[in-house]
Design a protein around this ligand. Structure first.
Ligand code: LMR
Length: 328
């Protein structure tokens, strides 16, 4: 009788698994470092909504914002260990896996977000999605945030105003070289630490988009924001080869479509937030806007642009040329 019971249970469990009867939905984890009221935060929530709507009971998506699960220092390693299935680090954070994406960090490369978009959607940009395939990382698409501005506690009109100041940068040698070029000190720190570093005056400034400066409240601890639009902060949504290839083809297709639609929404939000969050910051009167005259801006261009040459070999001249060509 006991043997019969065990056998019956075994049969029942095989049945349940094969037909997904009592099985729990498979959990897909999406971890990111920003707040929910951001382009990436909203994109991840849309992805959750669409996947769960289209694959009900089969998959569920758990979104972990604000470095709650993984932060800048470990999210890509966690992805490769399958401890998380989707992350969307900024393009500046892939340096350990490919040097080619550093093109996005070159100062004063893109005129505006339309140029960034043209480059990403063009042949060179699409090829870069595969630049980490040998490391087991699959690039599924680009997501916008926006152009970066400098923030500080003293007005930065000219590059000389930044001399000797400490700026937080993302973990990118190009971004470090950009601050070296103006005689400032670049300090690589994870996103989750930036507010406290600014608040305690351990650092003097940082560079970021209007959206991040607003949602992280950097403007409350920085009295000046220089509208420099000197670089871009965008993301690549990535998964691991192991997870991606392990999905049944029909499910993979549905998940990819859900992702593409979520990215489209995220991009729309990015364009809106760029204006809205700037306005919210300026309306708060906590930070003052520093506007550069064309002659002042030209000085920043002249000191920072030589950085390109230093990284040309690593990035590839073809990639840089394609990015420049996207400006027209
Ligand atoms: C930063 O570290 O400043 C940004 O990459 C954060 C983010 O994900 O937008």
């Amino acid at each position: 009788p006991l043997k019969t019971l065990v056998k019956m249970l075994a049969v029942a469990s095989v049945f349940a698994t094969s037909f997904n009867v009592f099985a729990e939905p498979i959990e897909i984890k999406f971890s990111h470092v920003v707040a929910e009221n951001t382009p990436k935060g909203q994109m991840a929530l849309k992805f959750k909504e669409l996947v769960e709507q289209r694959l009900p009971g089969e998959y569920k998506v758990s979104v972990f914002p604000s470095s709650q699960l993984f932060g800048d220092n470990n999210e890509l390693a966690a992805l490769l260990l399958n401890d998380v299935q989707f992350v969307a680090p900024s393009l500046s954070k892939f340096e350990r896996y490919t040097k080619r994406l550093q093109v996005f960090d070159l100062p004063f490369l893109f005129n505006d977000m339309d140029a960034v978009n043209r480059f990403q959607q063009g042949e060179a940009g699409q090829t870069l999605l595969n630049s980490m395939s040998r490391k087991g990382i699959v690039g599924l698409g680009y997501l916008h945030n926006g152009m970066k501005q400098f923030s500080s506690n003293t007005p930065l009109n000219n590059p000389a105003d930044a001399k000797g100041l400490k700026f937080r940068v993302m973990a990118s040698d190009v971004l470090a070289a950009q601050f070296d070029a103006i005689g400032a000190m670049a300090i690589k720190k994870p996103f989750s630490e930036v507010f406290t570093l600014l608040q305690t005056r351990a650092i003097d400034g940082q560079e970021n988009t209007w959206s991040n400066t607003y949602s992280q409240k950097f403007y409350e601890v920085q009295s000046q924001i220089t509208e420099s639009n000197h670089g871009v902060l965008d993301y690549m949504v990535v998964t691991s080869d192991t997870f991606w290839k392990g999905l049944p083809a029909d499910k993979r297709k549905i998940i990819k479509e859900a992702l593409d639609e979520s990215i489209a929404l995220g991009n729309k939000i990015a364009a809106e937030k760029d204006n809205e969050d700037k306005k919210l910051i300026l309306d708060s009167k906590r930070s003052q806007l520093v506007t550069l005259s064309p002659a002042e801006r030209q000085k920043w261009v002249e000191v920072m642009k030589p950085v390109w040459a230093k990284f040309e070999d690593q990035i590839g001249k073809d990639v840089i040329d394609a990015a420049v060509a996207a400006n027209k």
